[in-house]
Write a protein that binds this ligand. Structure first.
Ligand code: ATP
Length: 655
C-alpha cells in the first residue's frame, strides 16, 4: 500500500489464510496438525507457518503463480496441508480431484480443469505419464518425494533452492559450484545433451508398465514400490529438518520457469506478488460423481469463508481441541477454526478400507474430541467398537455427512460414545456446504414419529435459505414464486447461501440444470427430493435422478429404504426402477448381514413392506453382495448402476 492509498481500497485478504495466521500469532506452539502412522509427529502452527513460507517460495521458484490451476495429488499428511496452504497463499488454484475415482474419470476431470501445474507423489506422476492425466495442459511438474523416471523438480529441491542453500553450502554433485547462473547453464547444457526421453520410453520397467498396460490395475498394487506412508513421512521430515541439497536438474526447471532473479539473489523470502482476495478463485473441487461424471466446482475465497462461518455456527469444531476427519480437505477447515487436525492413517482412495483399530487408537492417543466421517465408515467403526466393548470416551461430537444417516448406524455409533456426546448429521453438497444440520436424538425421534417420510435433515443454518420447488427434469432459468410447493409437499430442494459456488467448470448443460437466477442471487438445485415440515425442518427423500417412476406415480428412494432399514438380516437396501420411465417396476436390492439367510430376509422384507402404504406394492427383492458406492465417501449408493444390474438379473430370471 502506498502512503496515499485510502485504507478502504486495500483488497481484504482471504479469510482462510487470515484465520490460520491469526491462530499462529495467538498460539504459535499450539499443534496445528498431528500425524499418526508409523512415525507419529505433531506440527505446531509456528512450524506449519514456516513450512508454508518456505514452500510458497519454492513453488514460486518453479513458476507457480496467481490464478494457476494446479493438480495436487499427495497423500494425506502435513505435506498435503502445507502445499495446499502455500498454493492458496500464492493465489494459485488447487484442483482437488478425488484420488479414488476410476482413472478415466480422473483423466476427464483433469482435461476439463486444464491445470498448468501438476504436483504429486511419484505414483501420481507415473499415472500422469502412463494414463495421460493433464498431459496436454501441464507444463510444470513437481514431484513430492523421490523423482523417478520423469523430468522436473522435486519439492525438496525447490525448497533448498529457494533458500539458496545449495549455492552456499552444498553444491550439487557434478556441478562446477559457482554462481546460480553457472549452475543453471551447466545443467541446462546437460539437459540439452541428454534431452528428456519421450514419456512412452519412460515406461520401460516396473510398475509403470503395469499402469500403461492395464489402466484398471489398482494403483497401490501397480506401484507397490512407492509405499504411501513412507513418502509422507519422508516429506514431513524434510519440512522440519534442514532441507536436503537440491539436484541441479531440479534447479534448471525452476530457472526455466522464470525465477532466475529470485534464485540468484539467494532469496529465502516469500515472493507473493499479490495475496488472494475474497473474489479470487480459491480452488476447484469436484462433486462425488455418484449420479454421473463428477462436475468441477470452482470455489472462491469468499465461498470458503462462508463455509467456515456456517461450520462455526454448528459448533462441531472447538478451538484447542483435536479433530479427526476421514475427508481430508476438512482438516484444513479444522486448522482454520483453531483445532488440531489429526490426520488418520488411511488411504483416501479407499476410505472403507481404513482399519477401525487404527482409527480408534488415533482417537484415543490424541484425545480427539470431534470425528468427521461418512455414514458407511462410521458404521464400520461403531461395529468394531461394539464387538470389543470400546467406548470412545474423548469424543464430544461425531459429525456425519455425505449420505443419509441410517437409524441402525446412528444407534450403533451412540452405543460407543459417552452419554453427553452429540452425533450431528450435516447436510450439504460440494456446491454449497453446509446447508442444514440435526442432532441424532432429534433425527431418531423425527423418523420414528413419521415413518416413510425419509430422513430429517434439521433446520437450515442461519445464512442458508432453503425452499422446495415442483419436480422437473428440465432447466428452470429464472425464479418465480409459483415454482414453490406447499409445506409438507415433496419437491426438489433449492438453496441460496453465500457458500453457493460458481457455475460448474466448462459444463453449461449441468449448470443450466443446477441454477435458478433470482435477481442478485442464485438458487442452487440440490438434485435432492424432500419437503419442509411445519416446524421449518427439511427432510430428505432421495436423489431426483434416482426416483422410481411407476405407473402409479413416483417413489422416492429414502421414503422406502428408511422403512426397511431395521428388518433383521438387512444391512442396507436400495430401491431401483426397472423399465422405461413412467412404467418402472420397483425393485428392492438388499445387502445382507453376514450369515443372514436369503429366504428368511426376503420374507421379512416383504412382510414389513406390506405394512406400509408406500411399500405395499413392492414384490421384487434381489440380493447383492456389495453395493457400488461413490469414491469419496463410499456411502452414496450408485443406484443407477444397481438399476442396470437389477434389470440384467431379472432378464436372466434370477429374481
Ligand atoms: N446429511 C445428509 N443426508 C442426506 N444426504 C446427504 C447428506 N449430506 C450429503 N448428502 C447427499 O450428498 C449430496 C452431495 O454430494 P456431493 O456434493 O459429494 O456430490 P454428488 O451430488 O453426490 O455428486 P454428483 O452430482 O456428481 O452425483 C447431496 O445432494 C445429498 O444427496
Amino acid at each position: 500500500m502506498t502512503p496515499d492509498t485510502p485504507a478502504e481500497t486495500v483488497p481484504p485478504a482471504s479469510e482462510l489464510i487470515t484465520r490460520v495466521r491469526r491462530r499462529r500469532l495467538d498460539l504459535p506452539g499450539a499443534v496445528a496438525c498431528q500425524v499418526g502412522g508409523r512415525t507419529p509427529r505433531a506440527v505446531s502452527y509456528e512450524e506449519m507457518a514456516l513450512a508454508v513460507q518456505r514452500t510458497t517460495a519454492a513453488l514460486a521458484l518453479a513458476g507457480v503463480g496467481h490464478g494457476m490451476r494446479t493438480v495436487l495429488l499427495v497423500y494425506p499428511g502435513v505435506e498435503l496441508g502445507v502445499l495446499a496452504l502455500s498454493l492458496l497463499r500464492l493465489g494459485a488454484v488447487p484442483v482437488m480431484v478425488d484420488p479414488g475415482l476410476p482413472y478415466a474419470d480422473i483423466r476427464r476431470c483433469l482435461e476439463r480443469a486444464a491445470p498448468e501445474a501438476f504436483i504429486g507423489v511419484p505414483l501420481a506422476h507415473a499415472a500422469r505419464l502412463a494414463l495421460g492425466w493433464a498431459r496436454r495442459s501441464s507444463r510444470i511438474a513437481i514431484t513430492v518425494g523421490p523423482r523417478r523416471l520423469w523430468p522436473g523438480p522435486t519439492i525438496a529441491g525447490l525448497r533448498a533452492a529457494a533458500q539458496g542453500r545449495c549455492f552456499s553450502g552444498h553444491p550439487p554433485t557434478g556441478s562446477a559450484g559457482g554462481s546460480a547462473a553457472d549452475l543453471a547453464n551447466h545443467r541446462a547444457n546437460d539437459l540439452v545433451d541428454h534431452p528428456a526421453p519421450d514419456p512412452a520410453a519412460l515406461l520401460v520397467d516396473g510398475p509403470a508398465v503395469d499402469l500403461a498396460n492395464d489402466p484398471t490395475h489398482d494403483m497401490v498394487a501397480g506401484l507397490a514400490s512407492a509405499p504411501a506412508a513412507g513418502l509422507v513421512d519422508d516429506s514431513v521430515t524434510e519440512l522440519v529438518n534442514d532441507p536436503p541439497t537440491s539436484s541441479a536438474t531440479d534447479l534448471v526447471t525452476g530457472l526455466a520457469a522464470g525465477s532466475l532473479k529470485d534464485l540468484t539473489a539467494g532469496s529465502a523470502g516469500t515472493p507473493v506478488a499479490r495475496e488472494p482476495g475474497p473474489d479470487d478463485v480459491a480452488l476447484i473441487a469436484y462433486t462425488s460423481g455418484s449420479t454421473g461424471p463428477p462436475k468441477g466446482v470452482p470455489l472462491r475465497h469468499r465461498h470458503l469463508t462462508a463455509q467456515l462461518d456456517l461450520l462455526d455456527e454448528l459448533g462441531i469444531i472447538r478451538p484447542g481441541t483435536a479433530m479427526l476427519s476421514t475427508f481430508i480437505p476438512f482438516a484444513l477447515g479444522a486448522a482454520a477454526l483453531g483445532a488440531t487436525a489429526v490426520i488418520p492413517d488411511m488411504d483416501p482412495r479407499h476410505p472403507m478400507r481404513a482399519d477401525p483399530a487404527v482409527l480408534v487408537s488415533g482417537i484415543r492417543r490424541y484425545g480427539v474430541a470431534t470425528v468427521f466421517a461418512a455414514p458407511a465408515l462410521l458404521d464400520r467403526l461403531a461395529r468394531h467398537c461394539a464387538a470389543r466393548g470400546v467406548v470412545l470416551d474423548t469424543l464430544e461430537c461425531v459429525a456425519v455427512a455425505g449420505a443419509p444417516l441410517p437409524l441402525p448406524t446412528l444407534e450403533r455409533v451412540r452405543a460407543c460414545l459417552p452419554a453427553a456426546a452429540r452425533v450431528v448429521s450435516v447436510y450439504g453438497a460440494t456446491e454449497c456446504l453446509p446447508v442444514a444440520a440435526i442432532e441424532g436424538r432429534e433425527l431418531a425421534a423425527a423418523r420414528t414419529a413419521h415413518p416413510g417420510a425419509g430422513t430429517c435433515l434439521g433446520r437450515p443454518l442461519a445464512g442458508a435459505e432453503v425452499r422446495v420447488i415442483g419436480v422437473t427434469d428440465d432447466p428452470v432459468g429464472v425464479w418465480s414464486d409459483d415454482l414453490r410447493v406447499p409445506t409438507g409437499t415433496v419437491g426438489e430442494i433449492v438453496v441460496a447461501s453465500p457458500a453457493v459456488s460458481d457455475p460448474y467448470l466448462d459444463d453449461p448443460r449441468a449448470t443450466a440444470m443446477a441454477r435458478i437466477a433470482d435477481g442478485d442471487r442464485v438458487w442452487h438445485r440440490m438434485g435432492d427430493l424432500g419437503h419442509l415440515d411445519d416446524q421449518g425442518r427439511l427432510w430428505f427423500a432421495g436423489r431426483r435422478s434416482e426416483r422410481v417412476r411407476t405407473r402409479g406415480g413416483d417413489l422416492c428412494t429414502d421414503h422406502v429404504e428408511t422403512l426397511l432399514a431395521g428388518v433383521p438380516g438387512v444391512r442396507r437396501t436400495a430401491l431401483v426402477g426397472v423399465g422405461p420411465a413412467g412404467e418402472q417396476r420397483p425393485v428392492l436390492v438388499v445387502e445382507r448381514e453376514p450369515g443372514a439367510r436369503r429366504a428368511r430376509v426376503r420374507a421379512a422384507v416383504l412382510e414389513e413392506a406390506a405394512r406400509h402404504p408406500r411399500t405395499a406394492a413392492l414384490r421384487e427383492v434381489l440380493f447383492h453382495p456389495g453395493f457400488p458406492v461413490d469414491a469419496r465417501h463410499n456411502s452414496k449408493i450408485r443406484r443407477n448402476v444397481l438399476a442396470t444390474w437389477a434389470a440384467r438379473r431379472l432378464r436372466g430370471g434370477h429374481g
